[in-house]
Ligand binder design. Structure first.
Ligand code: ADP
Ligand code: MG
Length: 259
């Protein structure tokens, strides 16, 4: 069993909220430039959070710190009860439990769709090759492209590639999904198929943090919208409140530029 599994499995009668991500006073610098300032953030199991804000405000860096693609310098980040430190064992476990989907898909171009989905589960010995293939096919069906399994990424549309990237993360058994502008690189006609996949994950109760400027998605799916600017969380609220009654001038300015 993973070190990150809850000590006691949640039973159907246990309605207590379960904290999945906890960031306290997180600070991060790139050289002299402070990219994250005093980030406090708690995410409960099953929450669907949308993060928005101007380019350069630190949204990607925040996500990347949660699965330790980037290191923070001060403060505390706890993911599924494991504090993120330089301890490699924990980092591997965190990456297994926290899947990430990037703007540019990041599929391995020389591997087939199926191999993209089975590589990490087999390499990490999570599954035998046969099991990994079965799991991969079930998730490729889940994102509605099982017929593409033996093709290469370059033979797929952007929307299909992004759905493979989502399936690949699910194959590792991710319990939390981080999406970093997953539709920004897509042609408009492909945005919907990726958003629909994300909506269906949300409907299944997946814990999700999504950086996106798709505000209709935020309205439909998010239980909380976070606005970042200059490395800080400026404001967060339920979507209805966030869009109808933004408290801060910077949030109002940002929203007025989107609409
Ligand atoms: P966002 O995703 O909100 O656009 P990022 O987290 O990508 O913002 O970047 C925040 C700031 O940090 C930007 O000013 C960016 O130029 C800077 N930055 C991002 N990555 C690096 C890096 N590896 N080295 C130095 N500066 C970086
Ligand atoms: Mg970014």
């Amino acid at each position: 069993m993973s070190a990150l599994q809850p000590d006691t499995p949640a039973s159907t009668t246990d309605n207590r909220a379960e904290l999945v991500i906890r960031m306290v006073g997180v600070q991060k610098w790139y050289g002299d430039f402070q990219v994250l300032r005093d980030i406090d953030l708690e995410v409960q199991r099953g929450e669907r959070i949308v993060i928005c804000g101007p380019s350069g405000s630190g949204k990607s860096t925040l996500l990347r710190c949660i699965n330790r693609l980037e290191e923070h310098q001060q403060g505390q980040i706890v993911v599924n009860r494991a504090e993120l430190t330089a301890d490699m064992r924990r980092i591997d476990a965190v990456r297994r439990d926290v899947g990430m989907v990037f703007q540019h898909f990041n599929l391995f171009p020389h591997l087939t769709i199926l191999e993209n989905c089975t590589l990490a589960p087999v390499w990490s010995k999570k599954y035998t090759p046969k099991e990994a293939k079965e799991v991969a096919m079930s998730y490729l069906e889940r994102v509605r492209i099982p017929e593409q399994a033996n093709k290469y990424p370059s033979q797929l549309s952007g929307g299909q590639q992004q759905r493979v990237a989502i399936a690949r993360a699910l194959c590792m058994g991710s319990k939390v999904m981080l999406f970093d502008e997953p539709t920004s690189a897509l042609d408009p006609e492909m945005v919907k198929e990726v958003l629909d996949t994300m909506v269906s994950l949300a409907d299944d109760g997946m814990t999700m943090l999504s950086v996106t400027h798709e505000m209709n998605f935020a309205r439909q799916v998010a239980n909380r919208v976070i606005f970042m600017d200059q490395g800080t969380i400026v404001e967060q609220a339920e979507p209805k409140e966030f869009f109808s009654n933004p408290k801060h001038e910077r949030t109002r300015l940002f929203l007025s530029q989107l609409l």
